[in-house]
Design a protein around this ligand. Structure first.
Ligand code: ZN
Length: 118
């Protein structure tokens, strides 16, 4: 009896059947292996780019120029928690408008809060 393992498998890259010599083999050939590697690398790169883009958002300088801010943006500007901002809204210290499910705060409200002259 042969000690070599032979398993009929389907290549994950090209979809063609092949005989695997290892139970872990998922790819039929070197060509498919290279293509699969490139594809994985590209997917990784896209995921990394999206992640980097998302990490950039809290530091978006556009927030500084915006006339209307979301609660999250106000949190960012003031370094306060959402809870604090909502409490200021409830106390009437910040006037806010509801835009559907979103709460919008005018920049002036933030400036007034601290008596900052623009
Ligand atoms: Zn293949």
């Amino acid at each position: 009896m042969s000690s070599n393992i032979r398993i009929d498998k389907i290549c994950v890259e090209c979809g063609k059947p092949f005989v695997a010599k290892k139970t872990t083999s998922e790819i039929c050939s070197d060509a498919c292996s290279k293509r699969n590697y490139k594809k994985r690398k590209r997917t990784e790169l896209i995921a990394k780019t999206i992640e980097a883009e998302n990490n950039k958002k809290p530091f978006n300088p556009v927030v500084k120029e915006k006339e209307f801010l979301s609660v999250n943006e106000v949190c960012m500007l003031l370094g306060a928690s959402r809870w604090t901002i909502y409490r200021l809204i409830d106390d009437g210290k910040i006037k806010a408008a509801k835009l559907g499910a979103r709460t919008i705060i005018q920049r002036e409200e933030i400036n007034n809060l601290f008596n900052i002259v623009v």
